[in-house]
Design a protein around this ligand. Structure first.
Ligand code: NDP
Length: 326
């Protein structure tokens, strides 16, 4: 028997999450059983710990959209007992049981070997948020980052914190947009050279183009902020659209695309092909300074998760939560 955070739904359709003892016999089918060491808390986890947000198919459910640990048993040639692995995406923790458990059973295709230079705790300090931040930076690089500051929105959140630290370490000037002025010192410590108040970009403008300001952008917010900043990008610069913390609508015009050759790049971490996953994890080990990653970490245990799930839905989590499931 081992511990897991189990979400149950009652006859009235109300969900509740609690730490319970479960047995291996109830784990879902899969080729690889992993002794999970660490997981983390992402926005989707907040939904899946709570009412589900339409993501969870069946109850009882074990959430946790990412985890890192050690292979215990494997029916697949690619993995053997003792291998260190990381998993993000593939709808694990949503449609499939996830990482808020001391054991997980998954498809071998969903795993990535832990890269050289990262341990399982660091891998979950990065987590889906940091992995996605790296994918966004890689997409910006592939399209060319222009001179001038790179804008990071939702900067004090998980994606934003890791994007800020990576971009600064790569030598870019970084401007962090935050709605929490008290996080300014934190963002500066990660390498941001400019703090932009959220209100400055939340206000809508009728002008489709403003001064050319940003050489690139990692956007975790979407909505009106994304619409506004498209008109502030330098000629030929790109915006990596990662999230919707501020809304899913995009009330923009096409003018920045037509007159300034601005690129809007979609970033999906869930169905990302294996080769690019390996590339992104190798880049994380190389380009994310571990002391900056450590400064983002807030430690937690399985029993903290119901509260943390509510906090992340309210935008109140700073940096990265690392859940020690043992
Ligand atoms: P966090 O909650 O850690 O960070 C989101 C940040 O956005 C907050 O910390 C806050 O930053 C800012 N924010 C919150 N609400 C608003 C608002 N109403 N208007 C403007 N800014 C706001 O989440 P993550 O960093 O983990 O994820 C960020 C987004 O990226 C989420 O929407 C998530 O679903 C998405 N995502 C997408 C992935 C993909 O594959 N495309 C993978 C992972 C995440 P501050 O306090 O600094 O203002």
């Amino acid at each position: 028997m081992f511990n897991a955070l189990v979400v149950e739904k009652n006859d009235e359709g109300k969900t509740s999450a609690s730490v319970q003892q479960i047995g291996e016999d109830v784990l879902p089918a899969g080729e690889v059983t992993v002794a999970v060491e660490y997981s983390t808390v992402n926005y989707k986890d907040g939904l899946c710990i709570g009412p589900g947000g339409g993501l969870v198919r069946n109850y009882p459910h074990v959430p946790g959209i990412d985890f890192a640990g050690t292979v215990e048993t494997s029916d697949d040639d690619r993995y053997k007992p003792g291998d260190k692995v990381v998993l993000t995406g593939w709808r694990v923790g949503e449609a499939h049981w996830g990482g808020y458990s001391q054991k997980a059973r998954v498809k071998a295709d969903w795993l990535v070997p832990l890269p050289e230079g990262l341990d399982t705790r660091q891998a979950m300090a990065v987590g889906t948020a940091g992995f996605t931040a790296m994918l966004a930076v890689m997409a910006l690089e592939d399209h060319g980052i222009k001179d001038g500051p790179v804008l990071v929105t939702g900067a004090a959140g998980g994606v934003g914190s890791v994007a800020t630290a990576i971009l600064a370490n790569l030598g870019h000037e970084v401007a962090g947009v935050t709605g929490r002025p008290e996080t300014a010192d934190y963002l500066t410590s990660l390498g941001a050279t400019q703090i932009v108040a959220r209100e400055e970009l939340n206000e809508t403008t009728k002008r489709p183009l403003e001064g050319e300001t940003w050489g690139g952008c990692v956007d975790a917010v979407g909505g009106e902020m994304l619409a506004r900043l498209l008109g502030q990008m330098k000629y030929g610069a790109s915006v990596a659209a990662v999230g919707l913390a501020g809304g899913a609508a995009l009330p923009a015009t096409v003018i920045p695309f037509l007159l300034r050759g601005v690129n809007l790049l979609g970033i999906d971490s869930v169905m990302q092909p294996y080769d690019n996953r390996v590339r992104a994890w190798a880049r994380i080990a190389q380009d994310l300074p571990m002391e900056k990653l450590e400064a983002m970490v807030q430690p937690a245990t399985l029993s903290d998760l119901p509260g943390l799930g509510r906090d992340i839905l309210k935008g109140q989590v700073k940096g990265r939560v690392v859940v020690d499931v043992n």
